[in-house]
Ligand binder design. Structure first.
Ligand code: SF4
Ligand code: SF4
Length: 189
């Protein structure tokens, strides 16, 4: 070993270590620190609006996995259907979002949940009470609703410097009162 090369390897190694010491971290302290997901995430759940749903069952007919079950009863006083049962089996659901796209009344949203693992198979079935938008517990995704997605917090990426501001959880309700062209068209029919 030549004398002039002595310690060169150590210096090289240390320079890499020091370089990483000065860089911002590219990990997060999960689960305490949670990153904002994509605004258009298709999470492990569906969110359903009791107020907007007419019980038309278009979503159930669209689902190629047979994951949605609906039961309705006619309400002759108000001339509409009452949704008695709205159930989604997330064990069958592949989170494709087709039912959300098919709903003519904008009553269905993809959810943002990504920690929905269960110990028992039957716990994967979502009842309407678990997925009701109006309960204000669930966070709908902006999937298929670009106006709503634009209002959601930006996705946090580990390659960027993450600030506490960016880590604030999103808490927004989709516009329920505004009729879009799609809703108005469906109501006319
Ligand atoms: S398609 Fe929409 S309005 Fe029709 S039953 Fe499904 S969620 Fe309700
Ligand atoms: S997301 Fe796809 S698989 Fe899941 S219920 Fe809707 S249509 Fe069916």
């Amino acid at each position: 070993m030549k004398f002039e090369n002595y310690g060169r390897g150590i210096a090289k190694g240390m320079s890499v270590t020091i370089k990483h010491l000065l860089r911002h971290p590219t990990v997060s302290q999960y689960p305490e620190q949670r990153l904002n997901t994509s605004r258009r995430i298709r999470g492990n759940e569906l969110i359903w609006s009791k107020e907007k749903c007419t019980g038309c069952a278009t979503c159930a007919k669209t689902c190629h996995e047979g994951a949605i079950e609906i039961e309705t009863s006619p309400n002759l006083v108000n001339n509409k259907y009452e949704v008695e049962k709205y159930q989604v089996d997330t064990g069958y659901c592949i989170m494709c979002g087709l039912c959300v796209e098919a709903c003519p009344f904008e009553a269905l949203f993809m959810g943002t949940t990504y920690e929905a693992a269960k110990y028992r198979r039957d716990e994967l079935v979502q009842e309407k009470e678990d997925m009701m938008l109006e309960a204000g517990v669930k966070q709908p995704s902006g999937y298929f609703y670009p106006d709503y997605a634009a209002a959601l917090p930006r996705q946090t990426l580990l390659i960027e410097r993450i600030t506490e501001e960016q880590m604030k959880p999103a808490k927004m309700e989709p516009k329920t009162e505004t009729k879009t062209e799609k809703t108005a068209e469906a109501e006319k029919k």
